[in-house]
Structure formats: structure tokens, C-alpha cells
Design a protein. Structure first.
Length: 411
């Protein structure tokens, strides 16, 4: 399972220390790819995936990475994470079995869906997955029966006003119940190992993490008093990537703040994080083209060959506002972009500033690797956007000739 690509060298990482870079096709690369592949297609940079992983490791050395593969389970992306030595956050039998088939041992997985299915628990048992999260007492007998003695973490509810996607509306036990739940797990023959939280996805501030860590520290102490020694802390995901303005949201500040608190509050604890978006979001660009145009309500509308049922599905499920780029020159005007399907919900984005486009012109959508392809459908018979890997296109990317920094720099 070897992949022909170069990872950024550690000495380069030092240069990139605090400014997050993201993969962005140049005009020439985009044009040459579009000569080779029909649009829509997505281009995945495995080098960027490796960079993102190392960036997390550099800034939070105390933290083990369990990639939340739901964000983007492209096979080569998963292979890259396996090669880099990452572990994985899984949520279903399908995810556990996919990794198992790739040779990933159960030791490197956590089944982090608070409510597990019977087939999921069977897969966990068969594949040697022995770590679970849960947020209700009703889950305890299920886990105890499927994997006796498993290490379990209570997922608690935390607050975050500054997250794009609030995961605490659906998940998490009341922190006041956490220790009691751990005790019940112990009585059922499970190993009460720790606490998990997720501050919400695309979190734009460190405060939520810091608050959650302070709360968790109190719960660790409370558990200790109750005779339960906790050894694991799962700080979830949530680390942010550039949004529609393409600017770095300073995930590095969050990581640094988290690492400082961990050193202070949890020096002895085994810590892990479950980043999804941060690993894959910046590693993918979509290339789509204009297939139709009309003027409505005095505004220019363009129809693209990719829409809300495809890679732009993130606009729906992930509340994501995509950055839309064109290399065309000339004055910009406010336009609306639509997808190709026959559903009237299929608006990609309204009121985007873009230069004049013509039939067949290419649109570039950077930072679209998370919660996009993963939730795309073939509704109305439109095929999935083809996945192209940067590392499989050595001529187009002149791999080894163009300095990596140039490609990774913001436009
Ligand atoms: C989705 C999910 C993640 C990943 O979250 P990101 O915000 O993409 O980093 C991590 N942990 C759990 C339990 C999740 O459900």
C-alpha cells in the first residue's frame, strides 16, 4: 500500500509554523486538468493532507490524532492517514470495516458514535475495537455485551456559540451525570476510561475548548473521589479551515491554547482529538464549469455542472458557504450560481461577486474537502464529480520542480 507522493519535510514545516497554508490550483494547473478530465472533478492533494496532520501534531504534541473519517473517506486520503500513523474515529460498521480491510487494527480506532447499532457493535467486536463513547445509560448493556471490558468514555454536552455546526444539540450527557454514568459502566464490567466532548464543528474560538477542559478537569477530580481513576480525554474535533473569504481563521491560536491548557490541567492523561474538517478540508479543490446562463430579476445567473446534490451538498448539510473563484479578468458583478438538477432548491450560492463568465468557463472552489464529496448523491442521474489525486499527475503539477510554498500560498 505505497503511494507515490512526497510529504512535506519536517524542516519545511518549521517555516510554515504559524501560518496555515492551503492547497489551491493555479490557473495553469486547473486549465490543464480540465483538458484531461471532464468537469466537474475534485483534485485531492495528499501532500496537503499530510501537512495538515503534521500541523496538528506540531502544535498539539500531547494529542493523538483520530481522524474523523466521515468528513472525507476517499480511499487514498485514508491510506495517507494510515501511512502517517494516525488513528481513526469511526461511527458505523461500514467505517470500521473499511479500515479493517485496509489492515488498520482495532487498537487504532474508536467507535465514537454515542448510539451504536447491532451491526456496528458486531463489527467492533470482530475487528478488535475496544474503545467507545456513550452519552446515556441505555448504551451500557449494549457495549458490555458486545465487548466485555471495553474502555468507555462519557461524552458530555458543552457550549459553543462560535461553532458553525452545533453538535451538542444532539449529543452529550449532562455533565452532572457523567460520573454516575461511568460508575454504572464499571458495574456492568466495562472499563470507565475517560471523558469526551466536541465543541461543535468549525469552531472559531478557543474559549469553548478552554471552558470544556476546565469542566472536564473538575469531572476527572469528581470521578477520582468516587474511586474511578480516569486516564483518557477525547477533545473531539472542530478545528476550523478558511471559509468563503479564503482567509486563515487562525486554527493555530486554538491549538496553542488547547495545548497550554492540556499541559497545565492534564499532564498525566492520554489525550486524543478527532479532527475531521481540519485534516481534509483544505486538501481539495473542485473544478466545475458554466453550462447555462440566464438573467432573472435583473441579475446574471449561471448554471454550473455541479450542484447542491453533488460536491456542494455541504451547503445544505454542513451549512457551509463556499469560496467561489474565477481566473477570468475584468470588472466583477453580483451573480447567482445554480446547480444542474431539476430541483428548484439547487442554488449553489446567491449574490457572488464574479467577473463575466461565458459558456464552458471554469470555476474553482478551494477548501472543499470536508463534508462535500462525502455527502454527495447522484440525484437526477448526475454522476459524482470524479476524484483526481494531485500525486497521480506529476506532469501537470511539475512535482519536484515548483516549490511547494508557492502552491500553498494564499492567492
Ligand atoms: C464529526 C465528528 C468529528 C469531526 O469534527 P470536525 O469538526 O470535522 O473536526 C469528531 N468527533 C465526532 C464524535 C464527530 O461526530
Amino acid at each position: 500500500m505505497s503511494i507515490a507522493h512526497e510529504y512535506p519535510k519536517p524542516e519545511r514545516l518549521a517555516e510554515w509554523e504559524s501560518v496555515m497554508k492551503s492547497f489551491r490550483l493555479t490557473e495553469k494547473e486547473m486549465t490543464r486538468l480540465a483538458e484531461k478530465y471532464p468537469t466537474p472533478f475534485v483534485v485531492v492533494s495528499l501532500e496537503q493532507v499530510a501537512y495538515n496532520y503534521r500541523f496538528l501534531r506540531e502544535h498539539m504534541p500531547m494529542v493523538n490524532i483520530f481522524y474523523a473519517m466521515k468528513a472525507n473517506p476517499s480511499p487514498k486520503l485514508l491510506e495517507t492517514m494510515v501511512e502517517l500513523g494516525a488513528s481513526f474515529d469511526t461511527a458505523s460498521a461500514g467505517e470500521i470495516e473499511t479500515l479493517h480491510r485496509m489492515g488498520v487494527s482495532g487498537e487504532r480506532m474508536i467507535y465514537a458514535n454515542p448510539v451504536k447499532t447491532p451491526v456496528g457493535l458486531r463489527a467492533a467486536s470482530n475487528c478488535g475495537v475496544r474503545r467507545f463513547t456513550f452519552d446515556d445509560a441505555s448504551e451500557i448493556p449494549k457495549m458490555a455485551e458486545a465487548v466485555p471490558g471495553a474502555e468507555v468514555l462519557v461524552r458530555i454536552r458543552v457550549k459553543n456559540a462560535k461553532a458553525l455546526v452545533d453538535l451538542n444539540a444532539k449529543f452529550g450527557a449532562d455533565p452532572a451525570e457523567a460520573v454516575s454514568l461511568l460508575k454504572q459502566a464499571k458495574d456492568a464490567g466495562l472499563c470507565p476510561a475517560g471523558i469526551a466532548f466536541h465543541v461543535g464543528s468549525q469552531s472559531l474560538s478557543a474559549e469553548a475548548y478552554v471552558e470544556a477542559l476546565l469542566l472536564t478537569r473538575r469531572l476527572f477530580d469528581e470521578a477520582e473521589e468516587a474511586g474511578i481513576h480516569l486516564t483518557m480525554l477525547d477533545i473531539g474535533g472542530g478545528f476550523p479551515i478558511p471559509g468563503e473569504d479564503g482567509k486563515d481563521p487562525c486554527a493555530v491560536d486554538i491549538m496553542d491554547a488547547v495545548e497550554r491548557q492540556l499541559e497545565r490541567l492534564f499532564p498525566e492523561t492520554s489525550i486524543w482529538s478527532e479532527p475531521g474538517r481540519f485534516i481534509c478540508g483544505t486538501a481539495v479543490n473542485l473544478v466545475t464549469s458554466v453550462i447555462g446562463e440566464k438573467v432573472r430579476n435583473g441579475q446574471q445567473w449561471y448554471v454550473l455542472d455541479e450542484g447542491l446534490y453533488g460536491t456542494f451538498s455541504g451547503a445544505m448539510y454542513d451549512h457551509w458557504r463556499f469560496e467561489i473563484c474565477s481566473y477570468n479578468k475584468g470588472p466583477e458583478q453580483k451573480v447567482t450560481l445554480l446547480g444542474p438538477s431539476c430541483d428548484s432548491i439547487d442554488f449553489v450560492k446567491r449574490d457572488v461577486m464574479l467577473p463575466k463568465l461565458s459558456m464552458g468557463d471554469l470555476i474553482l472552489v478551494p477548501n472543499c474537502g470536508s463534508y462535500t464529496t462525502a455527502s454527495a448523491t447522484t440525484f437526477n442521474g448526475f454522476a459524482f464529480a470524479q476524484t483526481v489525486y494531485r500525486e497521480d499527475e506529476p506532469e501537470i503539477f511539475e512535482i519536484g520542480q515548483v516549490p511547494v510554498q508557492e502552491r500553498l500560498a494564499y492567492a
